[in-house]
Design a protein around this ligand. Structure first.
Ligand code: NAP
Length: 386
């Protein structure tokens, strides 16, 4: 038995009824509850983990709102969320050779790779029977964890920010770059203009672009998050100066700004994790041969665009979803050298996880939100706690 957070469809329904189905009024902290969970029996390839720290992830928001699908209902009435964690190995099954007790690991959320490695489902979301890591302990299969790069230069909270967002960003980047290079080889254009809209995944995507020597632009409404990225040589664009593209005039002003910043060229690669008005703004800001990638649909699942304009400008849209197991290892190797995440100013206590989720929903945090789960930390990470 372990303490673990759950989302119950009864609470989802009750909260939606309380606010008359006005999702903008939902209080996420009333939906995610501290609960208890019987841990699965350890199999020969399983590992028992003590969770040290986790990051708040937006799929929990989607689960609590039931705005895309009602995942708690689809999963039989309740889910135990949490698919990004740093943990300590407590015990290993008889056939586990890669890990031993005392090691520190990060989890990943590729819940079932297809034959090319792409996730068919996401752990602790739509993977059947999966339970998540917003818990004090967990049992996972050995293929679901990766050794934590404790000597990468990041502190424990920064490492905890990355297990979900970094592989997502890595996959988005290699897809976007590969697609662009099918159209325009490096000898024709070495340095690309790369733009991401606000959010932790986009920030990491831009760090990758910058590390590869490209021009990177971060279009965000948060002055703190823009300032953090400017310290990495990533140019900020104030999204609120264009009213988050509320009107046609706002979007026109934004496109003018982009043209000015890029010598009239526009953005060769765009990461749009939110859709809604951001998709249209990105589409208009794309250069000829531009590539727009996304793994998210925070503001809207549906997009509409002028396919004739896309054809004439040779614009490609691509849709991705988390990483392959090999890609996750490759992304983890970039912790600290490329990925230097911005962390929210408060490290939340385990009991405050619902508030962390509510503040993420309200978009009031100035970096990736981290929750400290373990009170006592193992010696192996003692030096990594600021
Ligand atoms: N498929 C996958 O594998 C995968 C993986 C990770 C995430 N995702 C999805 O991708 C989306 C983004 O994830 P994330 O982790 O990057 O999110 P995040 O770190 O929580 O950031 C969300 C960002 O959205 C921006 N935002 C909030 N409300 C907005 C609004 N009304 N208009 C414009 N921007 C707004 C904010 O940026 P500013 O205020 O700075 O502008 C905020 O920083 C989520 O829907 C998540 O579920 C998918």
């Amino acid at each position: 038995m372990t303490r673990a957070y759950s989302i119950d469809v009864k609470d989802v329904t009750a909260e939606r009824e309380r606010v008359n189905q006005d999702l903008s009024q939902v209080d996420i902290s009333r939906v995610i509850r501290l609960d208890e969970l019987d841990l699965a029996e350890m199999g020969p390839r399983d590992v028992r983990l003590r969770i040290l720290a986790v990051s708040a992830e937006h799929n929990v928001d989607h689960a609590a709102l039931a705005d895309t699908v009602n995942i708690a209902e689809l999963r039989g009435g309740k889910i135990y969320p949490g698919n990004s964690a740093v943990g300590e190995v407590m015990a290993v099954g008889a056939e586990v050779t890669r890990f031993k007790p005392g090691e520190i690991v990060v989890t990943h959320c590729n819940g079932a790779p297809d034959r090319f490695g792409f996730p068919k489902v996401i752990w602790a979301y739509d993977t059947p029977d999966s339970t998540g890591w917003y818990a004090e302990e967990a049992v996972v299969a050995d293929w679901q964890i990766v050794p934590a790069p404790l000597h990468c230069g990041l502190n424990l909270w920064e490492i905890a920010a990355l297990p979900l967002r970094a592989p997502t960003a890595y996959h988005l980047w290699r897809r976007a770059e590969g697609i662009f290079r099918v159209k325009v080889p490096e000898e024709r254009l070495a340095t690309l203009n790369v733009m991401g809209f606000g959010g932790g995944v986009s920030e990491l995507f831009l760090m990758l672009a910058r590390a590869r020597g490209h021009n990177a632009y971060f279009c965000s409404g948060s002055p703190e998050r823009r300032a953090a990225l400017e310290a990495h040589g990533i140019v900020g664009i104030d999204q609120k100066a264009f009213n988050r593209f509320a009107s046609r005039e706002d979007s026109k002003g934004f496109v003018k700004e982009v043209r000015g910043l890029t010598g009239g060229e526009g953005m060769h690669v765009i990461c749009d994790m939110l859709r809604g008005p951001l998709f249209n703004a990105g589409f208009a800001a794309a250069s000829r041969e531009g590539v727009i990638v996304s793994a998210g649909w925070q503001l809207s699942r549906d997009v509409g665009y002028n396919s004739a304009a896309a054809s004439i400008k040779q614009i490609t849209l691509d849709h991705t979803h988390y990483e392959t197991l090999e890609g996750i290892e490759a992304a983890t190797a970039l912790y600290g050298s490329v990925f230097k995440p911005t962390i929210h100013s408060e490290i939340y206590a385990f009991e405050d996880l619902p508030r962390a989720m509510a503040e993420m929903h309200e978009n009031s945090q100035i970096g990736i939100p981290i929750i400290r789960v373990a009170g006592d930390m193992p010696e192996a990470v003692a030096a990594l706690i600021p």
